[in-house]
Ligand binder design. Structure first.
Ligand SMILES: [Zn+2]
Length: 474
């Protein structure tokens, strides 16, 4: 079965067929963080979505090259650097390191390449030179270089591939220097920004004098350098469609004359507690804020993965509590399967496929339909119900448990939520358990009962199983 994805470029669901003639390699670029602050939960939705796409392509046996840039020079960064008196690298390095720590907390696979804009200035300059040579860019009086939308359209190119733009309302000769602007201000945008004193020490030499790159050209230069002039997938949050992604297309296609990206995938916005996130509403959360509230990266990942990527999702703290419960159900079931099945080696390919034990096929069918995650979760929870039923009836053989587990591992290679195999038991709790066992052996039931109560008060209960006493966290 083929994977179908919604392509913003065609505004339709299309079968995914990579440019690689062998159909194996897939190049994927996701706009990375602007390292001027800690990434918030809305940003993380996009990165978890990109991780899902990459993991699922790998599940489908594509050889993925996942690239995510680090935007370490742009308007907001320069402003903050000025305020803090740090050097650019000192300032961005701190947030870049935090970003990768957070990425790991959410169990996102590290992209294969994470280029920094500041380390690709020569490539950025040559791309601008190419646009100048083709007459699509021009140098302004202050030494900045702009992309000319009129010239680009004049050579038969289409500006407005990702969204419809009304050019009749556009004022001729208008230009915009800042990195972010609304579609009402469609205008020539800056590729290279001439140095101004506000830039402090942030400047590079270029054929047009001292200055720094615009944000949009950074992504065009780095993505094409690593993945080639045309590549398969470009991802980002929907807020990047305009102007960032539209400008990326214009710069890249303007310079190469080739189609830039085959599939554009955009993740929808995130609301928090029903509203747009804002610091004044108190619903603005970085990942760190949520971890400080006692939630885990795993719970946050689970919740972010519970909604379809193209749906606006309402992220709530109550939802995180629900995630904890759902994960506990998975952990308990998978934990029991491991107790039974982990010692069994499952053999040969002549095994009959048992769909009720091995749901990864159905799981894949669900995700093939434009990553329909709700249907995929339904497959997972139906399977958990079935496994729990069989476990309760004692009708699951060790062999069946083992093949069920291999299927779960395939599913989890995509979901990345894991299942805790063993809860870590603190030393103090373990010694209480040993003392209780000793008391029982000595038939001192009064003592053994009091230890049991003490353990309960500390949040642990004892389950006496045929294999001996076991501790379980309440
Ligand atoms: Zn970008």
């Amino acid at each position: 079965m083929g994977l179908k994805l919604f392509n913003t470029l065609s505004r339709s669901i299309q079968e995914f067929a990579p440019l690689d003639p062998a159909g194996k390699k897939a190049g994927m670029y996701c706009c990375g963080p602007t390292v001027y602050d800690f990434a918030h939960i809305g940003n993380w939705r996009t990165f978890v979505f990109a991780d899902l796409v990459r993991r699922y392509l790998e599940f489908k046996n594509f050889q993925v090259t996942h690239v995510m840039n680090i935007t370490d020079v742009e308007d907001k960064i320069i402003r903050r650097v000025r305020e803090t008196n740090a050097s650019l690298r000192e300032f961005t390095g701190k947030f870049e390191a935090a970003f990768f720590e957070d990425l790991e907390k959410l169990n996102c696979l590290r992209p294969h390449q994470t280029p920094r804009a500041t380390e690709h200035i020569p490539e950025i300059i040559s791309l601008i030179e190419e646009l100048l040579a083709r007459g699509i860019a021009y140098k302004a009086a202050d030494g900045s270089v702009y992309f000319s939308i009129e010239k680009y359209r004049g050579c038969g190119c289409n500006y407005g591939q990702l969204l419809k733009l009304n050019f009749d309302e556009m004022r001729v000769g208008e230009r915009v220097k800042s990195d972010e602007y609304a579609k009402e201000s469609v205008a020539d945008f800056a590729l290279w920004k001439a140095y101004t004193p506000e830039d402090g020490e942030v400047a590079w030499d270029s054929p047009w004098g001292k200055g720094r790159p615009g944000w949009h050209i950074e992504c065009s230069a780095m993505s094409m350098e690593i993945l080639g002039q045309s590549f398969d997938l470009h991802l980002g949050g929907e807020d990047l469609i305009f102007p960032h992604h539209e400008d990326e297309i214009a710069q890249s296609e303007g310079a190469t004359g080739k189609p830039f990206v085959k599939y554009w995938l955009h993740g929808a916005h995130l609301l928090v507690e029903g509203k747009k996130m804002s610091k004044s509403l108190g619903n603005f959360f970085t990942l760190r804020d949520l971890l400080a509230k006692g939630f885990t990266g795993r719970e946050i990942r689970f919740l972010l993965l519970s909604a379809h990527y193209r749906e606006t999702f309402n992220f709530t703290l109550e939802g995180l509590v629900g995630a904890k419960t759902a994960l506990a159900r998975i952990d308990e079931c998978v934990g029991k399967l491991r107790e039974i099945g982990v010692q069994v080696s499952i053999g040969s390919s002549q095994e009959t496929f048992k769909p009720e034990l091995q749901p990864h096929g159905q799981f894949s069918t669900a995700l093939d339909a434009d990553l329909c995650i709700s249907a995929a979760w339904a497959v997972v929870f139906d399977w958990i119900r079935e496994m729990n039923k069989r476990l309760a009836e004692n009708s699951l053989t060790a062999h069946d448990a083992a093949i069920a587990l291999t299927s779960w591992d395939k599913i989890d290679s995509v979901l990345g939520i894991g299942a805790k195999s063993e809860v870590e038991i603190p030393v103090e709790i373990n010694s209480l358990l040993e003392a209780r066992q000793a008391a029982r052996k000595a038939k001192d039931f009064k003592k053994s009962d009091s230890i049991r109560d003490e353990l309960k008060a500390k949040g642990w209960i004892i389950e006496d199983t045929p294999k001996g006493a076991k501790l379980k966290k309440i």
